[in-house]
Design a protein around this ligand. Structure first.
Ligand SMILES: [Zn+2]
Ligand SMILES: [Zn+2]
Length: 117
């Protein structure tokens, strides 16, 4: 396990605003304003339900000096939870797990819940 050496402010990541606009910007621990509607925006990443696939989760950060950590998680349009274990799929209540990917890479919002065919 090697920790990423890039710092949070050096990478371009995905953000999602309260109205659902997405955009990319560098990481910062404070919330940003959406460039389209000026509402508060949060870093967004992907979690997954083993049944319903990937979903976007907003993250809230706290930073002490250079130690940046996630302290809040939220499904868009729902309340914040203070522990990753409390993240539940809105459809089946299963626990969500972080989707296996680079947490600092942009998600590009191309990923939709996979449909079985
Ligand atoms: Zn917006
Ligand atoms: Zn589910």
């Amino acid at each position: 396990m090697t920790a990423p050496t890039r710092s949070f402010g050096d990478v371009t990541i995905d953000w999602l605003c309260e109205s659902g606009h997405s955009f990319q910007a560098t990481g910062q621990t404070d919330s940003r304003s959406c460039p389209q509607c000026s509402k508060r925006s949060y870093v967004v990443t992907l979690y997954q339900c083993e049944v319903h696939g990937r979903m976007e989760i907003m993250l809230g950060y706290d930073a002490e000096q250079d130690d940046v950590r996630v302290t809040r998680w939220r499904l868009p349009s729902r309340g914040w939870v203070t522990s990753e274990e409390k993240l539940r799929c809105p459809r089946c209540r299963r626990a969500l797990r972080r989707a296996p990917r680079d947490p600092l890479a942009p998600i590009g919002r191309k990923i939709k819940t996979r449909t079985t065919d």
